[in-house]
Design a binder for this molecule. Structure first.
Ligand code: FAD
Length: 566
């Protein structure tokens, strides 16, 4: 029987649902309402208009209402806002913002995909600065035109999430003086504190005034005043502190909200009304790893839910296994990607889970390839099962390939053993014959088997301050170019002859450049009767990257004589 299906919101979730609905049925009437002037634009590409990478704002719009009609027989009504839902009589009230007309549209099924709106808190003095947010093509066009029209060059971006970091990068690339202000001690929460320091360094080195651990207190004329008392010049302020789900319409219609405040749906994305579904940023979803409900503002999950709803409405069965959260970002010359759990999330949620980490640094391609660069990889696994819980990768190469493999492994319940066994594509321009993902499996299995012990780079400062016994097994020339203060140089090539210099009565912490040679040294020493030896994961390269940003911005004494980032 022919159905009439209405969709609220015409971008990621809404447009995907509409297209799938049409593929499922030629006869259904499908009407998609979008309160803005564009449907189906690339939200994710919006910041790249600021640098000119995407030269015209129009290029961000992927489909027009005309194309929806001619190609898919879907009516896409832009500038039409759904203002209320009458569940009893199954119709919505719609306001046409061009004509001011309000009209009714009946439905058999209604899909809500209204997204999430940028949070703009009521901070004192907010009227004294030019505030912008980034949600759609109109926003980015307005911001871009404004920054180009003014003479002052200073821009403050508030909030170090994905949108804030991408906006800061693209504005910097466009030549502005950019301050990026984050209240927490780090940007980009999908990365743990130890990993994100690599990105902090990159943002800092590229000339963005990155300020962490400081909150906006108030605004003055063209200035952002921080809790520390610092005043940041800003002719333009981009507010990117987060988004909140658009739940107004649903709440007014008495559709239930969940524990997070977002719209509550069942496993088929149905609300507490049998004929109303909700998807995308407006809903809360089940996190299959934390076993709790969460808000997940990502395009992939919105589009997958859209497909599931369209199938469900057409009586096709779907399975909802929950989400694990996979994301990626480019930060100037670096790429970062993450999936699943990270250490900070485990702590924040106070999860009762026994886990350990692997940190490896490997080249992303065969070392002799001209663009070969280190890839920093962190994996979390459950103890004692070895089940993969999450991973983060940062480097100049293809981090998403590695994290996608881990995301797939998590979805299939993979373990460290499975990672060892994976047969991944290899040729020198792409990766190494044993990829970093395989290595993570090897190293994790070794730790799990108790073959060696490790400490992470974030513990080294404390070790140095407590005069711990640190041995650098790099060769003499490498050591001379910079070393951990107080460390002793016993190159791996000399180690077996010089074991008498290494104490047995206290812990000994070994490192090299990336952790590989020191791992070999740890194993050798263990076999020679040393029971209290640790490998410093991340080693000198990881440590230099970990310490640098805080040393520079906090005027802190460095624990290394020279950093070495090569
Ligand atoms: P949206 O795509 O936002 O669509 C909702 C639409 O509904 C809006 O256009 C809104 O105007 C309309 N609407 C709301 N209420 C009504 C109403 N009452 N009547 C009619 N229309 C209404 N995700 C990633 O996975 N990767 C990325 O790299 C990434 N980058 C991003 C960069 C930016 C700048 C932004 C803003 C988002 C980014 N996202 C990214 C997030 C991703 O875009 C969202 O998760 C996704 O678009 C959510 O889909 P949605 O359908 O729920 O909402």
């Amino acid at each position: 029987m022919k159905k009439k299906i209405l969709i609220v919101g015409g971008v990621a979730g809404g447009a995907s649902a509409a297209a799938r609905l049409r593929r499922n049925s030629e006869e259904d009437e499908i009407i998609m309402f979008e309160k803005g002037p564009h449907v189906s634009f690339s939200n994710c590409a919006l910041p790249y208009h600021l640098s000119g990478l995407i030269s015209e704002a129009d290029k961000l719009v992927l489909m027009s209402p005309e194309k929806f009609m001619t190609q898919y027989k879907i009516e896409a009504r832009v500038n039409n806002e759904v203002i209320s839902i009458d569940r009893e009589n199954k119709y919505v009230n719609v306001k046409n913002s061009e004509t001011g007309d309000i009209y009714k549209e009946t439905y058999d099924k209604l899909i809500l995909s209204p997204g999430a709106k940028p949070i703009v808190p009521k901070i004192s003095g907010i009227e004294k600065v030019n505030i912008f947010t980034i949600r759609n093509v109109v926003d980015i066009d307005k911001l871009n035109k404004y920054v180009k029209s003014i003479e002052a060059r200073d821009i403050a971006v508030i909030g170090g999430g994905f949108i804030g970091v991408e906006a800061a990068e693209n504005l910097k690339d466009a030549g502005y003086n950019v301050s990026l202000i984050e209240a927490l001690d780090q940007v980009l929460k999908p990365f743990d504190y130890d990993m994100v320091q690599i990105l902090h360094k990159e943002i800092y080195d590229k000339g963005v005034n990155l300020i962490v651990n400081d909150k906006v207190e108030n605004f003055e004329e063209d200035k952002v005043v921080l809790a520390s008392g610092k005043k940041i010049n800003a002719k333009v302020v981009v507010m990117a502190i987060g988004v909140s789900p658009e739940t107004g319409l649903a709440k007014e219609a008495n559709l239930e909200s969940g524990q997070t405040g977002a719209i509550k749906v069942d496993k088929n994305y149905k609300t507490n009304d049998d004929d109303i579904y909700a998807i995308g940023d407006a809903i809360e979803v089940y996190n299959a790893l934390t076993h709790s409900m969460t808000k997940l503002s990502l395009a992939g999950p919105a589009q997958k839910a859209a497909r599931a709803v369209a199938d469900n409405i057409n009586n096709k069965s779907t399975i909802n296994k929950g989400y694990i959260g996979s994301s990626a970002i480019k930060v100037f010359d670096y790429n970062g990607a993450s999936t699943g759990l990270n250490e900070s999330l485990i702590k924040v949620l106070n999860m009762n889970i026994n886990y350990d980490i692997v940190r490896v640094i490997l080249t992303d391609k065969v070392g002799i390839m001209p663009t070969s660069a280190p890839m920093h990889f962190k994996l979390l696994y459950e103890v004692p099962t070895g089940k993969i819980l999450g991973a983060q990768a940062i480097g100049k190469g293809d981090v998403t390939k590695r994290i996608d493999v881990i995301a797939t492994a998590i979805k299939f319940g993979g373990t460290l053993e499975d990672l060892k066994d994976l047969e991944l594509c290899y040729a020198p321009p792409f990766s190494t014959a044993k990829d970093v993902v395989n290595y993570a499996g090897y190293v994790g299995s070794n730790i799990l088997n108790g073959d060696f012990k490790q400490v992470n780079v974030d513990k080294v400062r404390e070790l140095v301050e407590n005069n711990a016994y640190i041995v650098d097994v790099r060769e003499r020339g490498e050591y001379a170019n910079g070393y951990i203060k107080g460390s002793k140089n016993v190159p791996l090539s000399e180690l077996r002859e010089r074991t008498n210099e290494i104490p047995k009565d206290k812990p000994v912490y070994l490192h090299c450049r990336t952790g590989q040679r020191s791992y070999n040294a740890v194993l050798a020493l263990q076999k020679l009767g040393f029971n209290n030896v640790y490998n410093i994961t991340g080693s000198f390269l990881g440590l230099s990257l970990y310490e640098y940003f805080n040393d520079k911005t906090q005027n802190r004494e460095s624990i290394v004589t020279e950093y070495n980032f090569r």
